[in-house]
Design a protein around this ligand. Structure first.
Ligand code: ZN
Length: 384
């Protein structure tokens, strides 16, 4: 424990972690599995060191891409959301995660979202035209989280189709974003003092994070594509609601997973599904392959890499089975091996270095160290 670089105090209240979860319309690909496996390593590492963690991961079941997909596939949005949420939970269970302590769904949080929107309106942070908008000019430092200039923010909004209209009956400024908006005819709608409608994307996460974890949280995570505009806006809303800074003490953004040189996406038709990978390798190998990449970097999924992880996992399985069969006297894990492993993860969650420590434990035939490392890196994922 004295080797550990992260500061922790088991007597302290639990560390709070909020991770933006799936928008359940195309769950189950490697990009998702990478993000949630990384945060699982973080949670398991902290808990193994005696730090309690309170982990919340939401389900964004009210959002434009979900409604568009439901429309295209001629399926009810609820049915689509339910099906894809189950795919996500099933995949991550197979990949051995310690489930989040809460997985709130936006559709169950509408009352709280309306009341937060109302508070922002009455305190002057929001204005009402054709929808209720957050007034970005009222928040100092919008853009600082993502280190973007106004021009760069506008470009990303345009690329993502989130720019919207500016004018006397719409937004005052192109960076403003909706807190509450009217629903299209085939979208769900709830009553509110701002008219029948549904929430904007960003306020959903502000409300869930603050309700389940408090006005200020320790770590906020998600894919890097969420840094702007989602997290930038979440931070602005949350700090305007509570009057407390910072909303999150640390932000962790995971890199994008590419395939054949391009970002994995359904529109490009190059998604690799967790279920496809599981046909070729045991769950522990898929998981170990994912976490053998540095969390903040983009990387390329390739089948040879997965095959290498599968060979490593097979050697681990065989060695641990032999060790159990031999019933050798239990010895504590080698302190040097564990020190290196813990130092790696304490150093901004350097999982590739932690995987090298695991390889060293296998080479040195240290079953106790190998078991301890496996527990954190692959969780409860099966070795065969
Ligand atoms: Zn979110």
């Amino acid at each position: 424990m004295t080797e550990r670089k992260v500061r922790f105090d088991p007597a302290r209240k639990p560390l709070t972690l909020y991770v933006c979860g799936v928008t359940p319309y195309d769950s189950g690909h490697m990009g998702h599995a990478f993000t949630f496996s990384v945060f699982d390593v973080l949670v398991r590492f902290l808990e193994a060191g005696g730090q309690r963690v309170k982990y919340v991961q939401n389900v964004t079941d009210i959002d434009d891409p979900l409604f568009e997909r439901a429309r295209r596939d001629e399926i009810g949005w609820r049915e689509l959301a339910e099906r894809e949420t189950q795919v996500h939970i099933r995949d991550m269970t197979v990949l051995g995660w310690r489930p989040p302590d809460a997985m709130p769904r936006v559709s169950d949080e509408i009352k709280r979202i309306v009341s937060a929107s109302s508070k922002l309106h009455s305190s002057g942070y929001a204005y009402r035209t054709d929808a209720l908008y957050f007034d970005v000019s009222k928040y100092r430092g919008y853009g600082r989280l993502s280190h973007r200039t106004r021009r760069s923010m506008l470009r990303k909004l345009r690329d993502e189709g989130l720019l919207g209209k500016v004018g006397p009956t719409a937004k005052r400024d192109a960076l403003d974003f909706p807190l509450w908006r009217p629903s299209a005819r085939d979208e769900p709608a709830w009553p509110s003092k701002f008219g029948e409608g549904r929430p904007g994307w960003h306020i959903e996460c502000s409300v869930m994070a603050m309700h389940y974890l408090g006005e200020q949280i320790d770590i906020h995570g998600g894919g890097r594509d969420l840094q702007f505009s989602h997290h930038e806006s979440e931070r602005a809303q949350s700090e305007s609601l509570s009057g407390k800074k910072p909303f999150a003490r640390a932000w962790m953004h995971t890199g994008m997973v590419r395939y054949q040189g391009r970002k994995m996406s359904k529109s490009l038709g190059n998604l690799v599904k967790v279920s496809q990978a599981l046909q070729r390798a045991p769950a522990a190998a898929v998981r170990l392959y994912l976490v053998s990449h540095r969390y903040g970097r983009d990387w390329d999924f390739d089948w040879q890499g997965l095959a290498r992880s599968a060979r490593l996992v097979e050697r681990m399985r065989k060695f641990l089975a032999d060790d159990t069969r031999a019933g050798t006297r239990k010895t504590p894990p080698g302190p040097a091996l564990m020190a290196e492993f813990n130092a790696a993860l304490a150093d901004d969650l350097d999982t590739p270095r932690a995987v090298r420590a695991l390889r060293a434990a296998l080479r040195q035939r240290d079953a106790a160290a190998l078991r301890a490392m496996k527990e954190i890196l692959v969780g409860s994922a099966a070795l065969s």
